[in-house]
Design a protein around this ligand. Sequence first.
Ligand code: SF4
Length: 373
Amino acid sequence: MKTDAVFLKLLKERWPELTATRSLEKCWQILSMDERYLLLSLCARSGKASHVDFVEKHMGFYQDWKQNDLLFDLASSGSLAAVNVLYRQWYALDPDQQGSILLQLVRTETSAAFAIVRSHKNDVDRRYQKKIEKSVWFRSQEIFSILQLLKKRWPNPGAMEIGNPYQNLVGVLLSARTRDEQVLKLMPGFFKAFPTPQKLAKATTKQIEQKINTIGMFRQKAKNLKSMAVDVVEKFDAEIPDTMEELVSLAGVGRKTASVVLVASFDTPAIAVDTHVHRVTNRLGWVKTKTPEKTEEALLKIVPDKMKKTVNQVFVKHGRYICISKPRCWACPVREQCAFKQKNLAIPKNAEEMLTDIKRRELELEQLREQAV
Ligand code: SF4
């Protein structure tokens, strides 16, 4: 087992007589017990796999409290090798030591540290848990990992991510309080009649109504679409604008609609919060808010920019199929990380049927989305 350059430098500072070629085991033979302990401590803090093996092999020579200090040193490296030793030693530690080791791991901000902190966070005293949960790094890692898991479960784009900015905007405006399937079905006919904002601006409200009269509130929606198109033509030279301020200046466009368009059409980090996003993120414990507006405000602060676009995409589907009013936590891929106290974990008799039906609906929706324009 050869030592690496950094480690050797440290060793040489302590023991100038050591040569660069001397192995750890050879060092071990010539050192006193106290020096050996220092060697183990240095190895533990380096986190390198071979050094960590060496620590694990020799730490048993020391009293419990010294062994605990070595585990603490291992935690300070945050390396995968060190974390694996901590997993193995975990139940030999008392709860207080477990708590301080987790806090030490949080400080390292490594992905190996996140895995063990997340899996053992609930073993430790509440005061440690609070400190861990308050850590900005831990929260953003937790959010990132939940979104990753949900993205695997719901990989398709949002239902109204259908084409160019104009088409996306029309889709979102039509989908207010209406099933996505109904909106997607009328899209091909709508865009054939009104392929551009100019055509839509020139149409009469009656003509627009005729194309959307299969969905709820079609009269109001026809009026809004016409006003929006007139605004786009007059204020923005017939181009859908690409900023939140400009989008919400269009008739009938609110922050939620604008956010969907920003994400779908302009690759801009934004979070569209509807009732599903509001409910699921509150249940997960990410936010404690009473209204979707407040949820949006809170989420914008805590979700890392690169994951903002994923929030609406996955939570709308998760809220529609799994995290419904009586949640299907038994089928939820993030139930371990969810803070909701009244989880419904009882698997119903028709579970398989339910899951097949969800799959079928999701497939149908995706086919309609692909054929919409
Ligand atoms: S565990 Fe239950 S409450 Fe939590 S997100 Fe999943 S379905 Fe919703």
